[in-house]
Design a protein around this ligand. Structure first.
Ligand code: GI1
Length: 448
């Protein structure tokens, strides 16, 4: 009998973006600068000198972009709110024009039958808060809760699914340990402090929602399953360290109220002795967890690798995306089963999954042919279906991304979009993957 890939009735199909990557106009209508506005305008930080000054001009084109979502039959749209559009100094004074933009976006989505899914923080911290220590200042848990309350009040009732943070691991690994992302710090002493305060803030945001919210709130983690390069004790230990550092460092304080022991081994004297009471804040009941999956890593021991003493090993005879990520759909299935085993049967959403491949120039009116991206999507949706068949409580999927956009410090060259964007003209053109995804949504997976 041929395998059916029809998903459970009511499975939720969407697409995702983030504010700084698509909106443009980062300082319009009273908005304050974020750390990404600063970082992008710091010479040498961004590929090709690309910035989010215009990006996809979504701030002005959001109505047209909602029609692109409708054309695919999207049931949901995951977007992020730029904190400094709403609170230009991060706390205190509210910029009503900033709040109004998100209110208009939400109404446009609802009028077109698309469920809004709002992320409060997708990396673009207000620069004014970074000047006060940012994620290194324990007060940020209160600053974040204040911001969250402003948005809950403005949008709750219309937004029924909230996430506090997107991928705190990327913020600390990129922004505080290795310095490749905003705010560009390189300190193994700062990274654990920032990580801990991110999870304190997430907990405070969830607590604030419980006081006023009527619907669902969760948190979004990136997960990259780790596999040992050999059965040697060194490689197995290195894999364990890499897994704890990336995949448990944030979910554990949020869902278990503790840290995995490997973190003290990794950071040594740089690992603080956090107050036990902090875990009463980091650990809050969530209505769902969002998981972002792109690839796996095969790991080997390397005594010179800072600070993990572990490095990824490139795999032969397989496909890699433009961002250097192996196409490995089995890791998607493995991720779900691991997560359920460690954290229990929490409702899950795939809040990001996608791939960057080179897109041939677009002839007028054509569909961009992107067979490698379509193959990636097909393989990963099938792998996701296998996880559901194994009993994983998976409620929905958001493709990354609706539009080609600013891939952070990698600039515009890395294209993840279902729609191709010509950044010179702002013309949107559907890719073949968009047409395929529309069929997946229409048939609830039966077309796979
Ligand atoms: C380490 O990979 C992460 O899971 C990851 C991949 N991605 C992300 N996180 C971010 O959430 C997006 O803003 C990126 O545009 C997207 C594509 O790079």
């Amino acid at each position: 009998m041929t395998q059916s890939y029809r998903f459970p009735p009511g499975f939720h199909w969407g697409a995702a973006t983030s504010a700084y990557q698509i909106e443009g106009s980062p300082l319009a209508d009273g908005a304050g600068p974020s750390i990404w506005e600063r970082f992008a305008h710091t010479p040498g930080m961004m590929a090709n000198g690309d910035t989010g000054d215009i990006a996809c001009d979504h701030y002005h084109r959001y109505k047209d972009d909602v029609q692109l979502m409708r054309a695919l039959g999207l049931q949901g749209y995951r977007f992020s709110i730029a904190w400094s559009r709403v609170l230009p100094e991060g706390t205190g004074r509210i910029n009503q024009k900033g709040v109004d933009f998100y209110s208009r976006l939400v109404d446009e989505l609802l009028e077109n039958g698309i469920e809004p899914n709002a992320t409060l923080f997708h990396w673009d911290l207000p620069a004014a808060l970074d000047d006060r220590g940012g994620w290194l200042n324990r007060d940020i848990a209160h600053w974040f809760a204040e911001y969250a309350n402003v948005m809950y009040k403005a949008l709750d009732g219309r937004v029924k699914r909230w996430s506090t943070l997107n991928e705190p691991w990327v913020v600390t690994d990129g922004g505080y340990l290795h310095g490749a992302l905003a705010p560009g710090h390189r300190s193994k002493y700062e990274a654990p402090i920032a990580a801990h305060n991110l999870m304190r803030a997430s907990g405070a945001g969830i607590q604030a929602y419980r006081a006023v919210g009527k619907h669902e709130i969760g948190v979004v983690f990136n997960i990259e399953p780790k596999y040992p390069a050999s059965n040697s004790p060194e490689d197995i230990a290195a894999t364990r360290r890499a897994h704890a550092y990336m995949n448990e460092q944030f979910a554990d304080p949020a869902l278990l109220g503790s840290y995995p022991p490997e973190l003290k081994e990794i950071f040594g004297p740089a690992w603080p002795d956090f107050p036990e009471d902090d875990f009463k804040l980091t650990q809050q009941k969530v209505d769902f967890v969002g998981l972002n999956y792109y690839t796996r890593a095969v790991v080997k021991h390397d005594p010179n690798a800072y600070p993990l003493k572990a490095v990824p090993v490139k795999q032969p005879n397989t496909t890699y995306t433009e961002t250097g990520w192996e196409v490995y759909e089995q890791g998607f299935t493995d991720m779900f089963t691991w997560f359920k085993q460690r954290y229990g049967d929490i409702p899950l959403y795939v809040t990001e999954n996608g791939s960057a491949f080179y897109d041939a120039p677009v002839a007028e009116g054509d569909v961009v042919q992107d067979p490698l991206r379509t193959s990636y999507l097909r393989k990963h949706l099938k792998a996701m279906h296998h996880a559901i068949e194994q009993g994983v409580n998976l409620k929905g999927y958001y493709a990354w991304s609706l539009l080609d956009n600013l891939e952070w410090s990698l600039g515009f060259a890395k294209r993840f979009g279902l729609y191709h964007v010509d950044f010179a003209t702002q013309k949107r053109t559907p890719k073949a993957t968009a047409k395929f995804y529309a069929q997946v949504i229409e048939t609830n997976g039966a077309v796979l």
